[in-house]
Write a protein that binds this ligand. Structure first.
Ligand SMILES: Nc1ncnc2c1ncn2[C@@H]1O[C@H](COP(=O)(O)OP(=O)(O)OP(=O)(O)O)[C@@H](O)[C@H]1O
Ligand SMILES: [Mg+2]
Length: 510
C-alpha cells in the first residue's frame, strides 16, 4: 500500500498549527496522525479539532433548510486542525523546524510512516490506530523501564490487560528483565475479568519464570525476628523519633526477639528492662501489637528474602495481596519493595559487577495513588520514582486517579499509557502535566476499551494513538513454547521451609 490518495490539502498554517480541508468520504478521527508532504520534507501532525460548514451565510442556510429559498451553487466543507510534531528531511527525523505550505497534500499514515516514526520497541504494547485501521506495532524499549512509567484509565478501560501484556513480555525477556507485581484485586494470576479468562498462569513460561505469592495460601509471612528497628519507618509511617530510639534500645537488649519479648513483658504488666517515657512505651508497644500473628509470626523466616532471590535470578514475582486489610497491604508492599530496591542500590554502590548482572526491574503498583498521594506520608515508591533510575529499578504506577499522584513523581514518569478517563479533574491533570498532550483532553474522554495514548520519552515524543493487544490474543499468537519444566525449586523449597516454620511457631515461646 504505497502512498494512497491524499485525504485533503493544507488551507492555512500558523506556527505549529495546520488547517486542512478534507476530501469527501474520508474517515478521520480525533488524535489521528496524518502526514503532509511539503517539497523537500514531510511533516507529521495530530488531528486536534474539526469543523464543518458551508460557504453560505447563516441566514441563507436557514432559509434553504426551511425550504423557503434555494441558494447555489455553494460548497460544503470540513476543515481539520492538526498540530505538527515531527519533520522528516532527507533521512533525518526531528522536531519541526518550519511548517507546511498552502495546498500541500495531506495523507493518512501508512505502514511506511509507522517505521519512519520508529514506534516499535522491545516490549510491544499494541498497534498504531489510524482512523478505523490498525497499522504497525507500537512498543517501548527495555531502556524505558527505569525511566518510570504510569498506566491511567477509569474502571474497565483496560489497565489490567495492559499490565498483563507488558509483564508477559518482561517474562519473555528474562533474565534481561524481571517484574515485581503487586496485585490488589487478585486478578492477574487467572486473569479474572479478562474475557476470555487468561492470566499470567497461562503464560508458557509461568512455571519456570514466575513465582506466585499469596496471602490465601499463607505465603506472605514476614517473621518478626527479621524486623529490625530500621524497618519501622516502612511498617509505621507515622512513627516518631523517640519511639525509634526506644526500639533501638530494646533491640540492643533483646536482639532479634525484641518484638516478641517486649510485647510479652508489657502484656504481663511487667517492667521492661529499658527505661523510656510512658507515652513513648505505650505508642511503640501498641504499634508492635498491631502486627497480626498470621502475617507476622514469631519466626525468622521472611518471604521477602525469597522474593529478593528470585528477582535477582530473573524470576518474576507476582504478589497477590487481595483479601488483606489495607494497613497490612501497605506494610507488605512497602516492606518487600524497599528490600528489593535497596538491594539494587546497594549493589550499585558496593558491588558494581554484581549489579551489572542484575535484571532490569519493573515494579508494577496498582492503586498507586494510595502510595504516592501528596497528602500522605512518603513511601519507598516516591524514592524509587525520583532516584532509582540509575540503579535500573523502574516503577509502573497504575491508577484510575492520576490527579492523586504527587506532582514531583508524576513528572518523572517518562512513559505514560493513557486510557479512557471521564473525570474532568483527572483529564486536566493528565493533559496539563504531560508534554505533547495539551490538546488531547476531549480525546481521552472518547477512547474505547483497550485504546490508549502512549508517550515514551525520549524515544516517542508525541502522543501515539494505539490499540493495546488483547492478552488472550497475545498468548494465542505467541504460541505455546512451554518447555515443560518442573515447578521452580524456590517454590518447592519454600513450601517445606514454611511447613517447618509454621510447626515451630505453634510451639509456645520461652
Ligand atoms: N485491548 C483490548 N482489547 C479487547 N478487549 C479488551 C482490551 N483491554 C481490555 N479489554 C476487555 O475489557 C474488559 C476490562 O478490561 P480490564 O480488566 O483490563 O480493565 P481495567 O481498567 O483493569 O478495569 P478495573 O479498573 O475495573 O480493574 C475485560 O473484559 C477485557 O477483556
Ligand atoms: Mg484492573
Amino acid at each position: 500500500m504505497v502512498n494512497p490518495e491524499p485525504i485533503g490539502f493544507v488551507c492555512g498554517t500558523k506556527g505549529d498549527s495546520v488547517s486542512f480541508l478534507v476530501n469527501k468520504n474520508v474517515n478521520l478521527a480525533f488524535g489521528q496522525i496524518v502526514r503532509i508532504d511539503s517539497s523537500d520534507r514531510c511533516f507529521y501532525a495530530r488531528v486536534v479539532n474539526s469543523e464543518s460548514s458551508s460557504t453560505l451565510e447563516t441566514i441563507e442556510q436557514l432559509r434553504e433548510a426551511e425550504g423557503k429559498e434555494a441558494f447555489g451553487p455553494y460548497s460544503a466543507y470540513r476543515r481539520v486542525e492538526a498540530m505538527l510534531f515531527l519533520e522528516k528531511r532527507g533521512g533525518r527525523v526531528r522536531s519541526p523546524t518550519f511548517n507546511p505550505n498552502y495546498r500541500d497534500k495531506v495523507y493518512a499514515t501508512s505502514e511506511e510512516d509507522c517505521s519512519i516514526l520508529k514506534l516499535s520497541g522491545d516490549l510491544k504494547l499494541g498497534r498504531l490506530r489510524s482512523a478505523d485501521q490498525l497499522l504497525g506495532t507500537v512498543g517501548i524499549d527495555i531502556s524505558a523501564i527505569p525511566r518510570m512509567m504510569g498506566m491511567f484509565g477509569m474502571t474497565g478501560s483496560g489497565k489490567t490487560n495492559t499490565e498483563l501484556i507488558l509483564n508477559a513480555q518482561i517474562i519473555d525477556n528474562s533474565p534481561r528483565t524481571v517484574a515485581l507485581i503487586y496485585d490488589f484485586a487478585g486478578q492477574l494470576l487467572e486473569g479474572k475479568e479478562i474475557e476470555p479468562q487468561r492470566g499470567l498462569k497461562d503464560h508458557p513460561l509461568f512455571h519456570s519464570k514466575v513465582q506466585y505469592y499469596s496471602a490465601k495460601d499463607r505465603k506472605l509471612a514476614v517473621g518478626l525476628r527479621t524486623i529490625t528497628p530500621a524497618k519501622l519507618d516502612t511498617l509505621f509511617p507515622d512513627i516518631q523519633p523517640p519511639q525509634k530510639r526506644f526500639a533501638w534500645a530494646l533491640y540492643q537488649h533483646f536482639g532479634v526477639t525484641w518484638i516478641e519479648m517486649s510485647r510479652e513483658i508489657y502484656a504481663n504488666s511487667e517492667k521492661l528492662p529499658v527505661h523510656a517515657n510512658k507515652v513513648v512505651v505505650e505508642a511503640l508497644i501498641q504499634k508492635l501489637s498491631s502486627l497480626s500473628n498470621e502475617l507476622f509470626p514469631a519466626t525468622n523466616y521472611s518471604f521477602v528474602n525469597s522474593v529478593l532471590q528470585n528477582i535477582c535470578k530473573g524470576i518474576t514475582c507476582l504478589i497477590d495481596i487481595s483479601g488483606l486489610r489495607s494497613e497490612d497491604q501497605k506494610r507488605i508492599v512497602c516492606l518487600s519493595a524497599s528490600v528489593v530496591a535497596e538491594h539494587y542500590k546497594h549493589a550499585w554502590e558496593e558491588n558494581y559487577e554484581e549489579w551489572q548482572k542484575l535484571p532490569t526491574l519493573l515494579i508494577t503498583l496498582e492503586e498507586a495513588h494510595e502510595f504516592l498521594d501528596p497528602n500522605s506520608s512518603r513511601t519507598i515508591f516516591s524514592d524509587v520514582a525520583l532516584t532509582y533510575r540509575k540503579y535500573r529499578v523502574g516503577l509502573n504506577a497504575v491508577t484510575p486517579r492520576p490527579s492523586r499522584i504527587t506532582f514531583d513523581v508524576f513528572a518523572e514518569l517518562w512513559t505514560k499509557v493513557i486510557m479512557k478517563t471521564e473525570l474532568k479533574k483527572d483529564r486536566q491533570y493528565l493533559t496539563e502535566n504531560t508534554p505533547y498532550m495539551e490538546y488531547s483532553e476531549t480525546e481521552i474522554k472518547m477512547l474505547d476499551v483497550g485504546e490508549a495514548l502512549l508517550i515514551s520519552e525520549p524515544k516517542i515524543k508525541f502522543a501515539v494513538p494505539i490499540k493495546v493487544t488483547h492478552y488472550p490474543a497475545y498468548l494465542e499468537k505467541r504460541g505455546n513454547a512451554d518447555y515443560s519444566l518442573a515447578a521452580s525449586s524456590p517454590l518447592a523449597s519454600m513450601d517445606t521451609r514454611l511447613k517447618q516454620l509454621s510447626e515451630q511457631s505453634t510451639k509456645p515461646l520461652m
